[in-house]
Design a protein around this ligand. Structure first.
Ligand SMILES: [Zn+2]
Length: 396
């Protein structure tokens, strides 16, 4: 393991402060001297983000000792979601595509869902060696430069970039071996890595998504993981539910449908992505269940995942109560949920589910099918004060 985490000792802090001060001075002194247009501003900012991506890719290759072949390159990033001082970061994606050969069309350039105020980070992975480099950009440095960026030419930006030392450019910079086989045979080492948050708290997102891409998971599962921000067995259960629904409860382009999640878990992010049922479009409802609520359920509903509704041609809504059997999945995959590290059991199941994605019937069953009365809609049951368990006949 080769780990280079940037530590902020006093010397570095002072250096960064002085450096940022220098940069701000350098950049801003020219603002009044140049009249900038919004066209120039857009162009120079696009160039700036591309340059950040390029510099980070070059840094990663240096640490890897080579540049990965495009066919082996997988890149994950918060670019596209992170916003630095009001500046969006999507232009980094073009830089990453251009310099690494990874692309969204190949399913190897992944923008991972993050809050807007998250740091900007890149993860460069070479699936041939199993090594990946995590780079988290120093937001303070970016803020000081973005404030007067448009007063410069692209050449001036390029020159300045080459002068910024690595210690000032990144908050975290490290290389790790993350392929699943290695992680699962070096459990202690990797458990320490999770505890130490070596990738700034993004460890689980990165290792699960990178490993399923490497294992040729279907793009729509990866797409669901991008939204959910990681891949976990719960999300995969949503992928399987969507497959089950399409197979056993056909819906066409003109069908109206609604998912009543009961109770919600990670699956709900996959279902929204795959079926485009969302609360915003009034086609998704969620009811959380306490232990007391769960205890009220009839025995046959103990594994309930929710109720899928379809509006039929006669205007009547038809509902299907679905269950997901995680106990069976854990048994089939030899998972000791309480005896394994939390990430170990999840990573094993992420991989373990892959051969079963097209056979959801193994884990999913329809418990009941019923019709709502004419004029009644599924969303009527998501109103305040409605005992949905009682209304759907799920309790004793
Ligand atoms: Zn999850």
């Amino acid at each position: 393991m080769k780990l280079t985490k940037i530590n902020y000792n006093t010397f570095i802090k002072v250096s960064i402060f002085l450096f940022c001060f220098f940069l701000t001075g350098f950049f801003c002194s020219a603002v009044s001297a140049k009249q900038t247009s919004s066209k120039h501003s857009n162009k120079i900012e696009y160039f700036f983000w591309n340059k950040i991506a390029k510099r980070s890719a070059i840094q990663a290759w240096k640490m890897m000792g080579h540049k990965p072949l495009p066919k082996n390159s997988i890149v994950l990033t918060s670019a596209g979601y992170s916003v630095i001082d009001g500046h969006t970061t999507e232009a980094c994606l073009d830089g990453l595509r251009r310099f690494t050969g990874s692309s969204s069309g190949k399913g190897t350039l992944i923008s991972v869902h993050r809050k807007r105020n998250s740091p900007l980070w890149f993860f460069f992975y070479d699936k041939k060696t199993g090594y990946g480099v995590y780079c988290e950009i120093n937001s303070t440095l970016l803020s000081s430069t973005l404030s007067c960026l448009d007063s410069f030419s692209s050449k001036e930006i390029s020159n300045k970039f080459t002068e910024i030392p690595v210690g000032a450019f990144y908050n975290i910079l490290c290389i790790e071996r993350i392929n699943a086989d290695y992680m699962l045979s070096n459990l202690e080492e990797w458990n320490d890595n999770f505890s130490d948050e070596i990738f700034g708290g993004n460890e689980f997102s990165i290792v699960t998504i990178a490993n399923i891409i490497e294992k040729n998971a279907p793009y729509d599962l990866i797409r669901s993981a991008m939204f959910h921000d990681h891949l976990c067995p719960g999300l995969t259960s949503g992928y399987l539910l969507a497959n089950y629904i399409e197979e056993h409860f056909p819906i066409d382009q003109s069908s109206k449908y609604f998912y009543f999640s009961l109770p919600p878990w990670c699956k709900d992010d996959a279902i929204q992505i795959l079926l485009n049922t969302t609360p915003g479009k009034r086609s998704y409802a969620v009811t959380y269940l306490t232990q007391e609520d769960k205890d009220r359920l009839k025995g046959e509903y103990r594994n309930i995942a929710g109720i899928f509704f379809r509006k039929n041609d006669n205007g009547i809504w038809e509902g299907s109560v679905l269950e997901f059997d995680f106990d069976l999945a854990r048994e089939m995959m030899n998972i000791d949920w309480n005896g394994m590290y939390w990430w170990e059991s999840r990573l094993l199941m992420d991989i373990g589910f892959l051969p079963y994605l097209e056979t959801p019937e193994i884990f999913i069953s329809e418990l009941k099918r019923f019709f709502l009365e004419e004029g009644v809609e599924p969303k009527d049951f998501a109103r305040p004060g409605v005992d949905v368990l009682e209304e759907f006949g799920l309790v004793e």
